[in-house]
Design a protein around this ligand. Structure first.
Ligand SMILES: Cc1ncc(COP(=O)(O)O)c(C=O)c1O
Length: 417
């Protein structure tokens, strides 16, 4: 069928209109001769401090030569392999992940995106318990595929698809799966849901730090309370570390940063930072739980791809060689110091852990952060804004005083503009 050439179409005419795009074309790292860069250069040669990092996907910054070399080497060896065959990078990566997660005896399902890892967790919870209710939380974000969207709270994301989602009592497409929702942090409300759906709760799923909602960490008491509740109900505790995992909070998982080694989750899933910029995700489950899966009960073509595994391995190696978890863990204290020395002219609150930071500005419904987030790129800093009220920083793990000072000074400048 003849059709018009796409040559003269801009980005907005080429893609589905699912994103609001800025008129910035990101091109390359500023300087990455010995390690990754926290700065990016656009196609016009303008430089930006990148506090977005592909939304938490650049723990090493951009263009770390060691990461590039590891991926290039694997590309030249073998780039595609079906999961019915074995590869050395997949074995090495699975071992590396299982050695690091806070679970004594676990198995991993490798995949490529966050929502895919949530989906794996949902299927495992439902299959291994034979139950039909998952408890999730208000403000939660777990992804946008239909299963994950059933757990995600944002009505704007859900509304067009509500008839396809697992609703508390609805007759959605997932007729045998229900999602019940409690306020984040409210253990009594979760307890009440467990009573209401007695014997039916497959799992309680949550982000240990709610990211898209505006960076709200769970307390240790809440997480341990949920652990106890799951034990008493025979339900599984599922922790979504897609945004918080892989060292961003100072430990491999936010679970360890918040809870320590006092308890283990049953299922834990990660994405974003895992691949250092390459699409890598993983859903880890206690072996006893994972064994509910058999050949054919789940799968994915690209999961565990040799190049993805090489990217994941290189990311872990560099994070550890350079002591990056400790550096990431120190970011919040540095930002607090900067804020104490030079407070904002508007009421503000710093939230988050390590290198997963949010600056709440004004009252949530004033949405003061949205115009700031729009101005900051013009001032040389890329950020994302959560919920219209919180400027978020997901800087590379090595970032320190210099980068955080620029982030803070630019918020001040944007407020005054
Ligand atoms: C906590 C959490 N879960 C799930 C997702 C979805 O991940 P993806 O966009 O890779 O599907 C995100 C992405 O922002 C997230 O932050």
């Amino acid at each position: 069928m003849p059709h018009d050439s796409c040559e003269n179409r801009g980005m907005d005419e080429l893609r589905w209109p699912t994103y609001k795009t800025r008129s910035i074309t990101l091109d390359r790292p500023l300087d990455s001769t010995t390690r990754g860069s926290a700065y990016v250069v656009d196609s016009e040669g303008r430089e930006y401090l990148d506090c977005v990092g592909g939304i938490g996907c650049a723990p090493l910054g951009h263009g770390d030569p060691r990461w590039v070399e590891a991926i290039s080497n694997q590309l030249a060896k073998i780039a595609a392999a079906a999961n019915s065959y074995r590869t050395a990078p997949q074995r090495a990566y699975a071992r590396a992940l299982l050695d690091r997660v806070p679970m004594a005896d676990a198995r991993v399902f490798l995949c490529s995106t966050g929502t895919e890892s949530t989906e794996a967790a949902i299927k495992l919870a439902v299959k291994s318990t034979g139950r039909d209710v998952i408890i999730a939380f208000e403000r939660a974000f777990h992804g946008r595929s239909l299963g994950a969207l059933s757990l995600t709270a944002n009505p704007g994301y859900r509304r067009p698809y509500v008839r396809c989602l697992a609703e508390p009592e609805g007759a959605g497409a997932f007729a045998d799966m229900k999602v019940a929702r409690a306020p984040f942090g409210d253990l009594d409300a979760v307890r009440a849901l467990c009573e209401r759906y007695k014997g039916r709760v497959a799992a309680i799923f949550l982000e240990p730090i709610q990211g898209e909602a505006g960076i709200f960490p769970a307390s240790k008491e809440f997480l341990l309370g949920l652990r106890e509740l799951c034990d008493s109900q025979g339900a599984l505790l599922g922790i979504d570390e897609i945004q918080s995992g892989c060292g961003r909070t100072g430990h491999f998982t936010a679970w360890e940063t918040i809870v320590g080694d006092a308890a283990e989750p049953d299922i834990l899933w990660m994405a974003k930072a895992l691949g250092g910029g390459f699409p890598v995700a993983a859903c880890v489950a206690r072996t006893e739980v994972a064994q509910a899966m058999q050949p054919g009960t789940h799968g994915t073509t690209f999961g565990g791809n040799p190049v993805a595994c090489a990217a994941g391995l290189a990311t872990l190696r560099i994070i550890e060689e350079d002591g990056l978890m400790a550096k990431a863990g120190a970011q919040r204290a540095i930002l607090e110091e900067l804020a104490a020395a030079q407070p904002l002219s508007a009421p503000f609150e710093i939230r988050g852990v390590g290198a997963m930071l949010g600056v709440g500005i004004g009252a949530p419904d004033e949405k003061l952060a949205a115009p700031l987030g729009a101005r900051m790129p013009e001032l040389g800093v890329l950020v994302t804004v959560c919920g219209g009220h919180t400027v978020r920083s997901l800087l590379p793990f090595f970032a320190g005083r210099e980068e955080l000072a620029k982030f803070w000074a630019t918020i001040i400048q944007a407020l005054e503009a």
